[in-house]
Ligand binder design. Sequence first.
Ligand SMILES: Cc1cc2nc3c(=O)[nH]c(=O)nc-3n(C[C@H](O)[C@H](O)[C@H](O)COP(=O)(O)O)c2cc1C
Length: 224
Amino acid sequence: MDEGRWAKAVLSRRSHRAFASEPSPETLSALEKTAKALSGNEITIEIFDGSGGNPVSAGIRKGTNCFAVIGRRSDAAAVAGYAGEAFILECEAQGVGTCWAWASCDRSAAQKLLKSGYKLDCVTPLGIPNDAPPERRLKPLTQLTGLSESEIAALFPWQKSALEYAQIAPSAMNKQPWRFVVSEEGVAAKRQGLMFALHDCGIAALHLEIGARVMGKVIKPIVL
Ligand SMILES: Cc1cc2nc3c(=O)[nH]c(=O)nc-3n(C[C@H](O)[C@H](O)[C@H](O)COP(=O)(O)O)c2cc1C
């Protein structure tokens, strides 16, 4: 993991829904390599140019026809969130805007693009951003941890950093369906809710890990 590169991407990333252009062929080929490296037995990430049809809703792909589809073996929701967010952060590091999308996509068309054995997880448009995302409502760390302001202030720097990076993780409908469980070994993401919560916790687990690593602490991604 190149935590410095992805840490910057965590801080700048927002969901984008309008684009000035598609990524350059060079950038797309670099992202193909990332997609391949992150894919494995449980997860598949594939990039398409849209020439064979586009399952991403027109309202979130203005200005680009490129997109990626993320698929998983059926029980790997948290792993898909984790690996998919790694892809999203690498896109951001390369100047490519994204938007995790489940509702805003033709799911049966997207499913048909996947290799057999994989279930659709999400899609994202890929393009050079040309919008200004609106302010987003973030839950306070006291609510996300159950800790008081003074207890949070007394945490180790790596614990605080992990929490701050996870607080700004994307989630379906911005529900932030997680609680962060802080211990001396790490910070786990505990699911709060059903629909997409496990998936969103996989995303948050990567952010927790990156936030801890930038302060020199290697923690395991744990989803409870
Ligand atoms: C699993 C998942 C599914 C999402 N589905 C959609 C979607 O269908 N349409 C959409 O416009 N945004 C979608 N989003 C983006 C969220 O609305 C967005 O992450 C959230 O509002 C926080 O904003 P931010 O990503 O700019 O931080 C999805 C995000 C996640 C993680």
